[in-house]
Design a protein around this ligand. Sequence first.
Ligand SMILES: Cc1ncc(COP(=O)(O)O)c(C=O)c1O
Length: 350
Amino acid sequence: MSKFWSSFVKDLVPYVPGEQPKLAKLVKLNTNENPYGPSPKALAAMQTELNDTLRLYPDPNSDLLKQAVARYYGVQGNQVFLGNGSDEVLAHIFHGLLQHDQPLLFPDISYSFYPVYCGLYGIKFDAVPLDEQFQINPADYAKPNGGIIFPNPNAPTGCLLALDAVEQILKASPDSVVVVDEAYVDFGGETAISLVDRYPNLLVTQTLSKSRSLAGLRVGLAVGHPDLIEALERIKNSFNSYPLDRLAIVGAAAAFDDREYFDKTCRRVIDSREQVVAQLQEKGFDVLPSAANFIFARHPRHDAAGLAAKLREQGVIVRHFKQERIAQFLRITIGTPEQNQALIDALGDL
Ligand SMILES: Cc1ncc(COP(=O)(O)O)c(C=O)c1O
């Protein structure tokens, strides 16, 4: 702390991201990155862009990428918003669309950045408990609110809410913005983007960090009614005109265009997930049903923090949250078959 800090900064509680270790040899299963590289076509597009034009600012509207996303999802360009990672997109959504008199609703166990944005933008919130099976119950959200946000599949549980249940939430709060954070949807969910033309209060966010393996590029997006998108553009153009650089625009657009590579790598992750779930269950773990590129598991006889420490000693890092209700769970990212085997071997004979 310093005398130069404003009282606002003194009171901020920032988000703590998963560790990015400096040791290269670790088996890194802690931040839900994709074990397979980005599309070779995305890499080639970025290499071509790596030239003298980098002296020029990028297109502030990132139209090339907007059009690629619009094509992919069968929507219009003015229904797409882009940002520097979906974290930035979410920040603008909280700032521009979720700051109201009534509290924002989100699950008690959810993406831990949501309460941080509430702190940053002075938004009241009400954490709605997941049910006993760690599922979202749509009826719990049918109450006065200034907005609703939840990841689908949820994080860190990995559990999926069916599209008709998402619709139930949308119908019960027609006067609030409902944000479905689909960071992990490509690993087993169905996107709610198919609903945006019917629900003007729906905003769907996605990221290229997971299923398109571009966490290092920082690209995220939102799809919704043009009026919602316009609010986000107003915030963005009052904050940073160029959130996406030239490499990000062409790389992300090429990644969207390369469906074949995307399908193949998602399939591999899903197949590995099913294998890891079976192996962990054999060792006595309870594993929540996952539609994501990670699983959330607990062992009835072994303390989660102890297990995480034991894994770390053997060079495997997973994520453990010291949070009520989930302190006995580990969140484990699905890696390559070799990485997954290293996890299973490191757990040993429990
Ligand atoms: C639920 C959820 N939403 C959003 C994000 C942010 O992703 P990014 O900023 O990399 O697009 C994450 C990252 O882990 C996440 O878990």
